[in-house]
Design a protein around this ligand. Structure first.
Ligand code: KIV
Length: 275
């Protein structure tokens, strides 16, 4: 029975819901957001999780990599996205050099993100034994961790650019081992970025936690896209895997151009828009 006033309360998505979807036919949907307005719009669209990605370095700050993104910047964006997201699981990316140096550093920084943003989980890149140790320690604190394998943007220079990973058998086996290691360390899901669809299918079958693909084919348990890419706002980014669901860059240029013309030609503001 409703109490009568105020907005209907929604049950937030939890990591238990997330993991349970591995066994269902319904794929998980994850989209990035970087502010409260788009966080709300994405949440109202019915996605399962909102990721405050360190891709904000590229798509918000105009940088050419995620490496300069700082912990304070991620906390700021995590906190403002939190204000818009009521239902979806909220995950915040841990930026470069905030979890790789030591287990203690990972625990303190992941704990800080959880305390200061209100997120329900963090995401860490990599699958080495050192990263797995950090994942185990952070999950031991009670902080859910999403992993990220394949092309890991914080290693862009070591990987020689944004290239498809694990094309060779040996590298594919290594990636599968890393996924198993992350699952064993307690990760609740793993992003697989830029790997052959067949390798993503193998990894997805090898682990009992969900895989979330981006440029990793159709066999993953879910898919993630970066919001400005999906919306066609970031129209200079044209990778093969990207499908655009709108052309907002054209809409923005068109709308602002019509405003410019109206102002210059004295059509705005007219009587209808004046006091
Ligand atoms: O930073 C990000 O937006 C990401 C996604 C591409 C998965 O890590």
């Amino acid at each position: 029975m409703s109490s009568g006033s105020g907005p209907a309360r929604v049950r937030p998505v939890t990591i238990r819901d997330f993991i349970a979807r591995k066994a269902s036919d319904e794929r998980l949907v994850v989209v990035t957001a970087y502010d409260a307005l788009f966080g709300r719009l994405v949440d109202e669209s019915g996605v399962d999780a909102v990721l405050v990605g360190d891709s904000l370095g590229n798509v918000v700050a105009g940088l050419d990599s995620t490496l300069p993104v700082t912990l304070d910047q991620m906390i700021y964006h995590g906190r403002i996205v939190r204000r818009g997201v009521a239902r979806a699981l909220l995950i915040v990316d841990m930026p470069f050099l905030t979890y790789q140096v030591s287990v203690e550093q990972a625990m303190l920084n992941c704990g800080r993100v959880m305390q200061e943003t209100g997120a329900q989980a963090v995401k860490l890149e990599g699958g080495s034994p050192e990263i797995a140790r950090a994942v185990r320690a952070v999950t031991g604190l009670g902080v859910p961790v999403m992993g990220h394998l394949g092309f890991t943007p914080q290693s862009v220079h070591a990987l020689g650019g944004p290239r498809v990973q694990a094309r060779e058998r040996e590298a594919a086996d290594r990636l599968k081992d890393e996924a198993c290691r992350l699952e064993d360390a307690g990760a609740f899901a793993i992003v697989l970025e830029l790997i052959p669809a067949a390798v993503a299918a193998e990894v997805t079958a090898a682990i009992s936690i969900p895989t979330i693909g981006i440029g990793a084919g159709a066999s993953c348990d879910g898919q993630v896209l970066v919001l400005p890419d999906l919306l066609g706002l970031n129209d200079r980014f044209t990778p093969k895997f990207l499908k655009r669901y709108a052309s907002l860059a054209d809409d923005v240029r068109g709308a602002v151009g019509r405003f410019r013309d109206d102002v210059r030609e004295g059509r705005y503001p007219d009587d209808d828009h004046s006091f």
